[in-house]
Design a protein around this ligand. Structure first.
Ligand code: PEP
Length: 252
């Protein structure tokens, strides 16, 4: 039995005042989504604020990126150990916005995944195809390659302490969501790819869906057999919407 996880990706949004309102509202609603795991992945400068605000709650903290290096002369980068210092449990790696805007390639994403685990963080590995790739029937090849890069570099055992997020690029921030069947098909493909190397790890692996998840579509997506929760962008910035998505994951 996999406990569902809902992780909010705030992206480059927030302010001290807005974060305070959002976090306080989430904490106030947390009782209603007990039974699901919940996390917020905030911008680096707000880690301390969120860490303090979430202390003593069941809401976990995460970051949105991590250096592939552990320390050193890498100006502007943030190491996994630093994220741990600020109470992070999760870190997103390989988000499509990083792959697209910052030219992160599979090998670099795999290196970040490994750096996160070296620091004791749980990486949330994002994979997903563009619309052109889907239209060319390349979805399996693309997500298989992105997952395969991590399997090759880190080995299947690394997925014992990791989360995978299927995020079709065409559904991120577009208001266009994959249908539950489209999501399930890809999730099943990903789980089967892991199962070919280790059936037990595959059965336990949390695979999130991300891409315009809203209160109105969360329950039907989370009802699919291989959808273990969501990675939520826009809707994670609205406390009521994010809480409602978490409630759907808790089966309420
Ligand atoms: C995301 O950024 O990971 C995401 C899924 O965004 P949205 O929910 O806004 O589509």
């Amino acid at each position: 039995m996999r406990t569902k996880l809902v992780a909010g990706n705030w992206k480059m949004h927030g302010s001290l005042a807005a974060n305070l309102r959002l976090l306080e509202a989430l904490k106030a609603a947390a009782r209603e989504f007990a039974g699901a795991r919940c996390a917020v992945c905030v911008p680096f400068p707000y880690l301390q604020q969120a860490h303090a605000a979430l202390a003593g709650t069941e809401i976990a903290l995460g970051a949105q990126n991590v250096s592939e290096h552990d320390a050193g002369a890498y100006t502007g980068e943030v190491a996994g150990a630093m994220l741990r210092d600020f109470g992070c449990r999760y870190v997103i790696v390989g988000h499509s916005e990083r792959r697209t805007h910052y030219a992160e390639r599979d090998a670099q994403v795999a290196a970040k995944f490994q750096a996160a685990q070296r620091a004791g963080l749980i990486p949330i590995l994002c994979v997903g195809e563009t619309l052109a790739e889907r239209d060319n029937a390349e979805t399996d090849a693309v997500v298989g390659r992105q997952l395969g890069a991590v399997l090759d570099a880190a080995g299947v055992q690394s997925l014992r302490d990791a989360v995978v997020a299927y995020e079709p690029v065409w559904a991120i921030g577009t208001g266009r969501t994959a249908t539950p069947t489209q999501a399930q098909t890809v999730h099943e493909f990903l789980r089967a790819a892991v199962a070919r190397q280790d059936a037990d790890i595959a059965a336990r692996l949390t695979i999130l869906y991300g891409g315009s998840v809203k209160p109105a579509n969360a329950a039907e997506l989370f009802a699919m057999a291989d959808v273990d929760g969501g990675l939520i962008g826009g809707a994670s910035l609205v406390a009521e919407d994010f809480a409602s998505i978490c409630k759907a994951a808790a089966g309420r």
